[in-house]
Design a binder for this molecule. Structure first.
Ligand code: EPZ
Length: 423
């Protein structure tokens, strides 16, 4: 397993290009299952999760070509011959569950393994199941697999209110309702930009959907969807992650392709720490020339609140801030796995239930640390940028799931980072 070696190397300066969004691409790719015509995605991120999704779609019989060094994914689902998503793929990536809705809509049936738990929580599928049942699906759990069946004459439009504004459940409902007979309404829908990007692509394919980005989405089912070409939305979580690099290490970095509108309250919160954020022609310029930032309290919420996927990275910054702050994680039940690793670097963090109290220190010290999940691992890299000495982050396969070319991107702005090939 590879490791990443980071040496605190002072202020950063330069530009970082932001890639297409992993969490948009992982729901855009299953959308191809809804059409017999080709769907092509451009600006796709080069990530292991995207390769995993490609393998899953190919296991159904989809033909997929990866072009232009992975930036373009050309998919064709005219010859599908399988609707079973096996545990050995689904357990590697929870987002595999996003094939449930489209398979059900296309075939009238689907067999999808439950994802199993993951580092940050149990992450059940109950919200996906009740949402699809509102479209007439019958879903039962047998030996760890969800067996879903649509009515004989196909899914029918229905109204459903989500107990919680689940991103994945919203996506599965939308993907299924596009081809259901009649009108469907989803209340308390997730409002994340990735939902808006999915609807933008589905609309290009001929879907009739209104209300994306709000809590109420209305879908008029159509008989069939045609092919389309769609450019994947810029990754707001990669953007927010790299905005925190000059914040924690000092200096000024321009994030190419970044837009304030993608990051809701995150930008306001980061500005409150004293970091300067300005929109430029090419993206967002972030600078910290004042040394230690100020501690600020954070509470993660659904969009447009502070993203849970940036909580670990913000904690790394708060570990070196002036003052004490409270980070409250309200979306996942176990998303502080990075805390013990940051403590190994000299951070002062006290976790009680869903709240971490962080007392900022003038400087962290490099140490060998272990990645546990995608966002926790990148928080350790960020901490290493500001630490005295060397930090070695092991198990970086977690990182490769969500951050393309991370060493190259950080080196380009002056960070001292290198990948150590594992055995
Ligand atoms: C998406 O996961 C993202 N993944 C996650 O990003 C992100 O953290 C999450 O949304 C919240 O923003 C992708 O888009 C591929 P949820 P998802 O359904 O859809 C509970 C990353 O680092 N829940 O909004 O799985 C669940 O346990 C990943 O890129 C149920 O109880 O998130 C969690 O506590 C991590 N029952 C909460 O809702 C359900 O049926 C949020 O889940 C579904 C979810």
């Amino acid at each position: 397993m590879d490791s990443i070696l980071v040496r605190g190397n002072g202020a950063l300066s330069g530009q970082i290009p932001i890639a297409g969004a992993k969490n948009a691409c992982l729901t855009l790719m299953p959308a191809t299952l809804l059409s017999e015509e080709p769907v092509t995605l451009t600006n796709a991120p080069r990530l292991s999760d995207i390769s995993t999704m490609r393998q899953l779609l190919q296991s159904f019989g989809a033909e997929i070509s990866v072009l232009n060094k992975g930036l373009v994914i050309a998919m064709s689902s005219h010859g599908l011959d399988n609707w079973r998503a096996d545990y050995d793929i689904v357990r590697k990536m929870r987002a595999s569950n996003l094939v449930l809705g489209p398979l059900l809509a296309r075939f009238g049936q689907a067999i999808v393994s439950l994802p199993g738990g993951c580092a940050i929580g149990a992450r059940p599928m109950d919200l996906h199941i009740t949402a699809l049942e509102a479209l007439g699906a019958e879903i039962e759990l047998k030996e760890g697999y969800l067996h879903a069946k649509a009515p004989l004459n196909g899914l029918k439009g229905g109204t459903h209110r989500l107990r919680f504004a689940s991103v994945g459940a919203t996506e599965n409902f939308l993907l299924a309702a596009c081809l259901a007979k009649g009108t469907s309404v989803l209340e308390n829908a997730a409002r994340e930009p990735e939902i808006v990007d999915l609807v933008s692509c589905l609309r290009k394919m001929g879907a009739q959907i209104e209300g994306e980005g709000s809590s109420r989405i209305v879908i008029e089912g159509v008989d069939r969807l045609h092919g389309a070409t769609h450019s994947v939305l810029v990754d707001r979580i990669e953007l927010g992650t790299y905005m925190l690099a000059p914040a924690i290490a000092g200096g000024e970095v321009e994030l190419l392709g970044g837009r304030m509108s993608l990051l809701g309250s995150f930008c306001e919160k980061l500005a409150k720490t004293g970091v300067e954020i300005n929109e430029t022609e090419a993206g967002l310029r972030v600078s910290n020339t004042k040394g230690r930032v100020k501690a600020v309290d954070v509470k993660t919420e659904v969009f447009p609140g502070f993203p849970t996927d940036l909580q670990a990275q913000m904690m790394a910054l708060m570990c070196t801030a002036e003052g004490v702050c409270h980070l409250e994680e309200t979306i996942f039940e176990n998303r502080f796995m990075h805390a013990p690793e940051l403590i190994r670097m000299g951070a002062s963090i006290d976790v009680k239930g869903g709240t971490a109290t962080v007392t900022g220190k003038p400087q962290l010290k490099g140490a060998p640390v272990m990645a546990t999940d995608l966002r926790a691992s990148v928080s350790l890299v960020l901490a290493g940028l500001a630490a005295q000495g060397e930090t070695v982050v092991s198990r970086v396969y977690h990182l490769d799931r969500g951050y393309e070319f991370i060493e190259e991107k950080l080196k380009a702005v002056g960070a001292d980072v290198e990948r150590i090939k594992g055995s």
